[in-house]
Ligand binder design. Sequence first.
Ligand SMILES: Cc1cc2nc3c(=O)[nH]c(=O)nc-3n(C[C@H](O)[C@H](O)[C@H](O)COP(=O)(O)OP(=O)(O)OC[C@H]3O[C@@H](n4cnc5c(N)ncnc54)[C@H](O)[C@@H]3O)c2cc1C
Ligand SMILES: NC(=O)c1ccc[n+]([C@@H]2O[C@H](COP(=O)([O-])OP(=O)(O)OC[C@H]3O[C@@H](n4cnc5c(N)ncnc54)[C@H](OP(=O)(O)O)[C@@H]3O)[C@@H](O)[C@H]2O)c1
Length: 259
Amino acid sequence: MDVEGLSGKATLETVTDMRRWTDALFSFKTTRPKDYRFSAGQYARLGLPSGEGILWRAYSIVSAPHEDYLEYYGVLVPGGAFTAILKDIEPGDTLWTDKQSFGFMTPERFADGDDLWMLATGTGLGPFVSILRDALVWKKFRRLIVVHCVKHAAEFGYQEQLLSMRGEHRSDDAELTIIQCVTREPPTGPLQLTGRITTLLYDGQLEQAAGIPMTVESSRIMLCGNPEMIEETRRILHQRGMRPCRRALPGQFVTENYW
Ligand SMILES: Cc1cc2nc3c(=O)[nH]c(=O)nc-3n(C[C@H](O)[C@H](O)[C@H](O)COP(=O)(O)OP(=O)(O)OC[C@H]3O[C@@H](n4cnc5c(N)ncnc54)[C@H](O)[C@@H]3O)c2cc1C
Ligand SMILES: NC(=O)c1ccc[n+]([C@@H]2O[C@H](COP(=O)([O-])OP(=O)(O)OC[C@H]3O[C@@H](n4cnc5c(N)ncnc54)[C@H](OP(=O)(O)O)[C@@H]3O)[C@@H](O)[C@H]2O)c1
């Protein structure tokens, strides 16, 4: 392993906290280099030694840009080379962190809009937690709607943290709505919907649950997680006259595929 070569592009950070939500879902925190810069919604590249080299994988940052640590939300992928190592990390262990941050799924991409919809499957919720921990979206939008879709209700990570955010903001800040969707068991609470994001968007249930329509004029949408969910949602949004944000062209949605 060429550690000398690596130190030009990455820093070795120490794990300071590990939280296990289920057998497969976990969150961990690491130290943050003083000069590490990122915007809420971006991701880091993490490196772990494996055999002769370092394995690198992208991880969305869950902590906010003003916090002095880096936090991530991960799922153990059966047979996955990186998560096979990552699942066992404990406080005191180290991992490499690329000095650069990456990604374009940030709220700054939207030039206008009243309502920000954040649609996530699984660990795709992570960047939205970072975005909500940052003050910007609470001032920029009137309504913030988080939609989190998981297979089983036990996989709703960060829900208490999201709920508590509602009480932490001023009355003239945006209003936060949290919609939980569960696909492989009956809903366990009155505020849960049954079904995939795509189905619930297509048949109008998401808008009904949020109490507002999704429109070209007022809605801005972020999609994160499962690439098939993103592709299918993209098609539905296109049918509604919405377009992705491009470098020079304002649009209604931005996306981040996890694989
Ligand atoms: C921009 C970006 C951001 C990412 N952010 C995160 C993150 O915040 N948290 C996270 O857990 N992963 C995230 N990933 C995925 C992550 O980089 C790895 O793919 C994941 O850790 C699995 O690595 P692996 O080597 O164990 O398996 P891999 O060989 O990399 O993946 C094997 C398969 O596992 C499935 N898979 C991978 N990641 C996920 C996931 N998160 N949820 C559901 N299925 C998955 C896919 O089917 C994939 O083909 C992100 C990926 C990208 C491109
Ligand atoms: N999450 C866990 O606790 C857990 C436990 C054991 C293993 N794993 C492994 O971790 C990996 C990721 O699992 P995950 O459940 O976090 O992620 P996922 O497979 O992306 O599923 C997350 C949610 O996205 C939905 N979804 C899948 N495809 C979709 C599509 N095309 N359109 C709309 N929605 C779609 C799923 O609905 P459907 O249910 O309808 O597919 C599910 O509700 C898998 O390899 C899994 O085997 C996870």
